[in-house]
Design a protein around this ligand. Structure first.
Ligand SMILES: Cc1cc2nc3c(=O)[nH]c(=O)nc-3n(C[C@H](O)[C@H](O)[C@H](O)COP(=O)(O)O)c2cc1C
Length: 192
């Protein structure tokens, strides 16, 4: 009888929220390009549950382009002060435009304008150029609500594998692996 991995994730995440000094929702996101070369960066998890783990970004960014080639990703949470990590792997899909709109509306006006001003992952000739574009967007949307840019949205990593790693004395660490099959989730252990 396996535990529900999402219930376990909720317990661990609640503990991380209580103990991590900053960004307990920060997770490394690994993607691959068309030549199977991996790249990794940190993003913030903005929603999670049995449907998957959601983050928001620019779809024209390097990660966005890589996900368009290969919609499969790996995520990694490392909660240093708890000495724990969680690894998640699965297919990636775009969140609905309604869900992305709703989240975009909760962001500060400055970050909304930043989403318009930043051609994320593209070469930037100078910091001044970025500031100029930001001011341009500020003027463009003066006195109106800032709409979500069409190229800015959310991705949901739908896990088929979740591993919970916790530190144990003498490096006899615990690794609990949950894999999704036709009948639901199965739990097993891995050697550390
Ligand atoms: C703590 C932290 C949180 C971040 N959160 C996000 C995020 O939620 N979305 C995002 O697009 N970039 C986020 N970034 C920036 C990314 O790490 C990365 O620089 C950016 O998305 C461009 O990545 P790419 O060129 O591989 O697409 C964050 C960085 C840090 C250090």
């Amino acid at each position: 009888m396996g535990t529900d991995p999402f219930q376990l994730f909720d317990e661990w995440f609640a503990k991380a929220q209580a103990s991590e000094p900053s960004d307990p929702n920060a997770m490394a996101l690994a993607t691959t390009d068309s030549e199977k070369r991996p790249s990794v960066r940190i993003v913030l998890m903005k929603a999670h549950g049995p449907d998957g783990f959601v983050f928001y970004t620019n779809q024209h960014s390097r990660k966005g382009e890589e996900l368009a080639h290969n919609p499969f990703a790996a995520l990694l949470f490392h909660w240093k002060s708890l000495r724990r990590q969680v690894r998640v792997e699965g297919n990636v899909s775009l969140v609905s435009s309604e869900e992305a709109d709703a989240y975009f509306a909760t962001r500060s006006r400055d970050s909304q304008l930043g989403a318009w001003a930043s051609s994320q992952s593209r070469a930037l000739p100078s910091r001044a150029e970025f500031e100029r574009r930001y001011d341009e967007m500020k003027a463009k949307f003066e006195d109106v609500e800032v709409p979500r840019p069409p190229h800015w949205g959310g991705y949901r990593v739908v896990p088929e594998r979740i591993e919970f790693w916790s530190d144990r004395p003498h490096r006899l660490h615990e690794r609990r692996l949950f894999t999704r099959g036709a009948g639901g989730w199965t739990e097993s252990l891995l050697y550390p």
